[in-house]
Design a protein around this ligand. Structure first.
Ligand code: G3H
Ligand code: 13P
Ligand code: ZN
Length: 389
């Protein structure tokens, strides 16, 4: 029935006490606006009168129906237990298979993370079913690990709302590029909407260098510890991403910012643990998120470059620093670039060694294996989230 309703019509109905639809009414959008003043006030009026449901409510997919969880309990346990939950970005089947395979084998909870670009690439309907598939696949593999579906770097209220409506259990609203007050206002707006559906929200203070879909910055602006308490209080966010010297992508630092190890490997400046400690003092026990946490493994970059790639001066965050961070209030660590590097290394090597191969399974299969072993390594040796599912 829903698909037959023209988009300029709004439909709402009332339910009986038993929950059965009592009456449907529909009228053109303009009539709604005439009667209620604006479309917004219509939905507010209907939302406030609990017995009324709009057609949007019916279209909405609640993440709980997909078997997903929000991040609240996971973060509470992670902060207490001194480990961090992996937040792995994905946009295709092989990545998802690798993530779930690795997390089931290590018994780790996981955050499946989707950027707005990834959502456009994969299609939001398919993503919803992939996430539900991930829940069932984990069970089939023998361990029903907790799985969160999270929007990475949401930049507008509308995008966050749309993700919540299509089954996401957690969203990030990244207002870090706005002036402080605007960041507070936008984040609060998302929190108010998300919490109605028990969806958790990550905010951000401070700016990471590097490029993402919606936001990019050439320079890092460290988080100001003196702002965090006010931000958390005013917005009601469930977790906070901070900037302490990590950055996005595979070239996190310029060579001139680095020193060199005796064997010529670039060593980046250390993370600003002093800022992290100051933040922890001001909001004790509050869940902290680290973006830009790829380590850019030297051996994988070498494989890429030995097989036709051109990754120059790639440098990431040393794993011992991430391990230290994971033991603090940092309870979510975002890793995307390392997964891209692992897949690319395997695809390049396989195709270079088998130039006649044209079956995608023959090069995506090894890429998936490489990815899975990278994820297991991160979980066990860097984040410590193994056996926490
Ligand atoms: O932080 C950004 C993530 O790595 C997502 O990257 O926007 O290219 O999907 P993307
Ligand atoms: P990396 O580019 O270091 O993997 O960071 C990913 C990230 O922060 C996603 O939000
Ligand atoms: Zn990020």
């Amino acid at each position: 029935m829903h698909s037959c309703i023209p988009s300029h019509f709004r439909v709402f109905y009332r339910r009986t006490a038993a929950g059965k639809p009592l009456c449907y009414r529909s009228m053109p959008r303009l009539s709604f606006i005439r009667i209620f003043g604006s479309e917004k006030s219509v939905s507010t009026a209907i939302n406030n009168a609990a017995e009324y449901r709009t057609i949007e409510d019916d279209i909405m997919t609640n993440y709980k129906d997909l078997g997903l969880v929000n991040s609240k309990e996971l973060f509470k346990k992670a902060v207490k237990g001194g480990y961090a939950i992996p937040a792995f970005n994905f946009n295709n089947l092989e990545q998802l298979q690798a993530i779930i395979g690795a997390c089931v084998e290590t018994k780790s909870p996981v955050i499946l993370q989707v950027s707005s670009g990834a959502r456009k690439y994969a299609n939001s309907t398919l993503l919803k079913h992939l996430a539900k598939g991930a829940v069932d696949y984990a069970k089939e593999l023998g361990c029903a690990i907790p799985i969160v579906l999270h929007l990475d770097h949401g930049d507008t209220f509308e995008l966050c709302k749309s993700c919540i409506e299509s089954g996401f259990s957690s969203v990030m609203i990244d207002g870090s590029h706005h002036p402080y007050d605007k960041n507070v206002e936008l984040t609060k707006q998302v929190v108010e909407y998300a919490h109605k559906y028990d969806v958790t929200v990550e905010g951000e203070l401070g700016v990471l260098a590097g490029i993402e879909d919606a936001v990019s910055s050439a320079v890092t602006h460290y988080t100001k510890p003196e702002e965090v308490e006010d931000f958390v209080k005013k917005t009601g966010v469930d977790s906070l991403a901070i900037s302490i010297g990590t950055s996005h992508g595979a070239n996190k630092f310029k060579p001139e910012q680095c020193t060199k190890s005796p064997d010529g490997v670039l060593l980046p400046p250390p993370l600003r643990f002093d800022i992290l400690e100051e933040v922890e003092k001001r909001i004790p026990g509050f869940p902290i998120v680290l973006h830009g946490a790829s380590s850019v493994p030297v051996e994988l970059v070498k494989i890429i470059n030995a097989n036709g790639g051109k990754m120059k001066d790639a440098v990431g965050i040393p794993e011992d620093q991430l391990r230290k961070a994971a033991k603090s209030a940092v309870c979510k660590v975002n890793i995307d670039s390392d997964g891209r590097i692992a897949m690319t290394a395997a695809v390049r090597k396989t195709l270079m060694e088998n130039p006649a191969e044209f079956d995608p399974r023959k090069y995506l299969g090894p890429a998936r294996d490489q990815l899975k072993s990278l994820y297991k390594h991160k979980i066990i040796n860097v984040l410590g989230s193994n056996d926490k599912a």
